[in-house]
Design a protein around this ligand. Structure first.
Ligand SMILES: *[C@@H]1O[C@H](CO)[C@@H](O)[C@H](O)[C@H]1NC(C)=O
Ligand SMILES: *[C@@H]1O[C@H](CO)[C@@H](O)[C@H](O)[C@H]1NC(C)=O
Ligand SMILES: *[C@@H]1O[C@H](CO)[C@@H](O)[C@H](O)[C@H]1NC(C)=O
Ligand SMILES: *[C@@H]1O[C@H](CO)[C@@H](O)[C@H](O)[C@H]1NC(C)=O
Ligand SMILES: *[C@@H]1O[C@H](CO)[C@@H](O)[C@H](O)[C@H]1NC(C)=O
Length: 481
């Protein structure tokens, strides 16, 4: 028996009984297994607990940072898949450095990283199979052909958890950034985590380092909890967006700390004619308690790929220290789609170019087949309770001529200008809306309604379904070597 099969029971089982079960299972097995004697009990919060658990070491995993574990991850997940309809399974990654190429997760599955576990992304391109471009994008972003499968990938799944005691996933991105800058890539760079056509997803309590490109990409998915994620990449690394909900419904992003070379959160829904045709919006998105550092990008970006529509985004309690802008809307003629019912409440911003930035001529098209008459609708954009310091320009709001951005509301906002601020703090064109209690004095297209309207900008009070999802306490008994 090469593989050590330990089918762990759940918390409820008495520890003593459990110990006996494990020892009984282990005793008939040969040499190596005798080392496996230490029992460890640990606990964490998750949307579902699993009836079975195994460690990557039981499937040939070697955590030396050099040996490829691609096969071990594939074998482990393949074996654990037999429990999908029998209470689900957890794959435990202990302390160590686990080099691997991309691997696929499955339904009713938890990947759990010990606090000193590091999953290291392989730099051997043969360990990254290619996928077709996303249907809502029509082409890859780095190259027109396919895209490298993300390090941790899943499609058409339900009930998937990727979590840990703040364990690490290190994309070793420098290699990919170099290939990108040298224009040597045949396919679009991989992301760290991508789940497609899936629901009931939890991604929590992890540290993600140096992604080759985007970090977390839920796409065509729903009921998604992303919590307690630390994302770190060099400030100049290309396209290292933090979290990109893309054509997703009912998503909650909370307590994340992101330092990166691109937008900390980038909300998307497909690109030009491909996104219009696919027609899948991102809606019912909550972003709370986000801290962002990204000097050349936005704290929260809506677009530029927004052709399936973006609606009902609620951002609250946002802190940004040295970013280019706060909440930025990026779109263009040819995008079609919409960005509407956007609510932002409570931002503390320090050192940035523009607090408010809307761009109607972002350009950057998938190809030349976009329809220039496909105009985006930008409507109902609400910002309130904002304090910003050391800002170069309060706002740069540029709609599309003949297609103004309307229903903009900004209230209770105090912007402290930098010593070297621009002389005119607001530039506005092709927009319409109101303000109240905003300093410095806004542009004429956003007339001041007087201080009594200071709470004028809406922020919905009724909860979204994702707010009702609750965590359970899961307890596991685990042996390790
Ligand atoms: C994340 O970790 C914190 C403590 O570090 C814990 O309170 C919380 O329950 C964890 N949440 C999830 C969803 O893993
Ligand atoms: C995944 O789901 C999508 C949408 O329902 C479907 O079009 C696609 O064929 C499915 N793919 C697989 C591999 O089952
Ligand atoms: C997780 O680890 C990162 C990187 O070491 C650290 O910055 C962060 O504070 C840790 N988060 C928690 C909740 O311990
Ligand atoms: C204005 O915003 C501040 C936070 O910046 C908040 O404490 C205060 O309650 C807000 N005022 C009103 C009237 O909502
Ligand atoms: C203010 O912003 C400028 C960049 O515009 C930066 O160089 C400077 O360090 C910031 N000052 C403070 C006090 O953060």
């Amino acid at each position: 028996m090469e593989l050590l099969w330990i089918s762990f029971m759940r918390a409820q089982v008495i520890k003593m009984l459990h110990l006996l079960v494990v020892v009984a299972l282990l005793s008939p097995v040969g040499g190596e297994s005798r080392k496996v004697r230490i029992l460890d009990s640990f606990e964490y919060s998750a949307i579902s607990c699993r009836a079975h658990s195994g460690s990557i070491t039981e499937f040939g995993g070697v955590g030396d940072g050099k040996t490829s574990n691609t096969k071990a991850f594939h074998d482990a997940i393949n074996q654990l898949s037999r429990y999908a309809s029998d209470g689900g399974a957890q794959l435990y990654v202990p302390a160590g450095k686990w080099l691997t190429g991309s691997f696929n997760v499955i339904s009713h599955f938890t990947l759990y990283l010990h606090k000193d576990a590091v999953i290291l992304a392989s730099q051997d391109m043969t360990e990254w199979p290619a996928l077709k471009p996303l249907p809502s994008y029509g082409r890859g972003r780095d190259a027109p052909a396919g895209r490298f499968t993300s390090l941790i990938f899943g499609t058409n799944l339900t009930d998937v958890i990727i979590t840990g005691d703040n364990g690490t996933i290190d994309g070793q991105g420098a290699f990919w950034w170099q290939q990108f800058h040298k224009k040597k890539l045949k396919y679009t760079r991989p992301y760290l985590i991508e789940l497609m056509f899936s629901d009931n997803i939890q991604i929590s309590n992890l540290t993600l380092l140096n992604s080759p490109s985007w970090n977390v990409h839920p796409v065509y998915s729903s009921t998604i909890l992303i919590q307690g994620i630390t994302i770190i990449a060099p400030l100049t690394s290309p396209n290292t967006d933090g979290i990109n909900p893309d054509s997703c419904t009912n998503t909650r992003i909370e307590d994340c700390y992101i330092v990166s070379g691109d937008d900390c959160v980038a909300v998307k829904s497909g690109w030009d004619e491909y996104g219009i045709q696919f027609g899948m919006p991102t809606k019912q998105l909550i972003i709370r308690r986000l801290t962002c550092i990204s000097p050349y990008s936005a704290t929260i970006a809506l677009g530029s790929e927004m052709s399936g529509g973006i609606q009902d985004v609620r951002a609250e309690d946002i802190t940004a220290i040295h970013t280019e802008s706060g909440v930025r809307i990026k779109t263009a003629r040819g995008r079609g789609g919409y960005v509407k019912d956007i609510y932002v409440k409570g931002m503390k911003l320090h050192t940035m170019k523009w607090v408010f930035w809307m761009t109607g001529n972002y350009g950057s098209h998938a190809d030349n087949h976009y329809d220039p008459n496909a105009l985006p609708v930008i409507q109902g954009i609400n910002y309130r309770d904002i304090v910003a310091e050391n800002v170069s320009m309060a706002a740069r709001l540029e709609g599309i001529s003949g297609d103004p951005f309307t229903g903009i509301c900004i209230s209770n906002t105090t912007i402290g200008m930098a010593a070297k601020a621009k002389k005119v703090p607001w530039t506005c064109a092709d927009i319409a809306g109101i303000t109240s209690g905003v300093t410095p004095r806004p542009c004429d297209l956003l007339p001041d309604q007087g201080p009594q309207k200071i709470t004028a900008c809406n922020f919905p009070t009724e909860k979204l379904p994702i707010d009702l999802v609750e965590f359970k306490k899961c307890t596991y008994q685990m042996n390790y070597m």
